[in-house]
Design a protein around this ligand. Structure first.
Ligand code: NDP
Length: 280
């Protein structure tokens, strides 16, 4: 058996940037790191993961739509993954899988490390209450943001996330349709997938405090609508999720290999490769 195989599971997976990011990390650190995309639906995932382990698989990333599913399949999961109810990084331990969630850490590293901005004390609006929203909500609170307001198209999911967090003095929910009545947010994080369907969020421009950070978890074309809104609403910083993608990958690489890759070069390479924001 060789040094062990790695993979990213998801559906669709063909356009995933993760193999390219991990290949760059492996070259940089001269580590043998055989990392490939494996297409799997939720129904296929258990079988595909078992076959992968059988063929020498020792680590994997998991992306849409499998992150929650992965959390159920693990023999053990980290506290971060348990709270997020999401696993994006699998590590083979003995006869089973250990699950970690590096998405939240990736977001915080991108904002505070790469962008050199602070999140501490910021009055934050989180748009969305899906898997990614859940992971970043805990990470933002841990990083010391001020009040967190959650708004989701389906209001019950926002309430369920606020209940799961369980800090009623610090975490509130608002109806999406009432957002026009609210303002003064220093940080707005878009964790919806609306941009992928080219759907506008129809956000009011009155939401932002001066010099606010607006961050879209998606990148490429899917982020253009939100970033254009952010600029029109006077944001101090309008950022997409490419840095988060690279940083969550670096966290996973470090979990597997015990060495932290430097991320600037691959970030710059992908930035040049992705379509630019035509509305900039
Ligand atoms: P989910 O499918 O779990 O959640 C989707 C969310 O988007 C839900 O809150 C849903 O609301 C909302 N939504 C979908 N369409 C609309 C719309 N038209 N208007 C308003 N809200 C809408 O997806 P994930 O949480 O896994 O992913 C969310 C985003 O984060 C994606 O763009 C994904 O690519 C990105 N992401 C980026 C990462 C990175 O590293 N940069 C890592 C992980 C995710 P409702 O509950 O009402 O359906």
């Amino acid at each position: 058996r060789g040094p062990g195989r790695y993979a990213v599971f998801g559906q669709p997976i063909a356009h995933s940037l993760s193999p390219r990011i991990h290949a760059a990390f492996a070259r940089q650190l001269s580590i043998a790191h055989d990392y490939r995309p494996i297409e799997a639906s939720t129904e296929e995932f258990v079988g595909a993961l078992a076959a992968f382990a059988e063929s020498g698989g020792v680590g994997a990333n998991v992306t849409l739509p499998l992150k929650q599913h992965a959390a159920r399949l693990c023999l053990s999961i980290s506290e971060t993954a348990r709270r997020a109810d999401s696993v994006n990084t699998l590590v083979r331990r003995g006869e089973g899988w250990h699950g970690e969630s590096t998405d939240g850490a990736g977001l915080i590293r991108d904002i505070t490390g790469r962008q050199r901005l602070y999140v501490r004390g910021r009055r934050t609006l989180l748009l969305g209450a899906g898997g990614a929203a859940r992971a970043v909500a805990f990470a933002l609170l841990d990083a010391g943001i001020g009040e967190l307001t959650i708004a989701n198209r389906t209001a019950e999911r926002a309430d369920a996330l606020a209940d799961a967090i369980g800090q009623p003095e610090r975490v509130h929910t608002r109806y999406w349709t009432d957002l026009g009545q609210w303002g003064g947010f220093d940080l707005v994080v878009n964790a919806t997938s609306a941009g992928h369907a080219n759907m506008s969020l129809a956000l009011p421009t009155s939401l932002l405090a001066s010099r606010a950070i607006c961050y879209d978890l998606s990148y490429g074309k899917a982020s253009f609508g939100f970033l254009a809104w952010a600029r029109s609403a006077g944001a101090g910083h309008a950022l997409d999720g490419l840095g988060m993608l690279v940083e969550q990958a670096a966290e996973a690489f470090e979990i597997w290999h015990g060495k932290r890759p430097e991320t600037d070069a691959i970030y710059a390479e992908l930035r040049a490769y992705l379509p630019g924001d035509a509305e900039d």
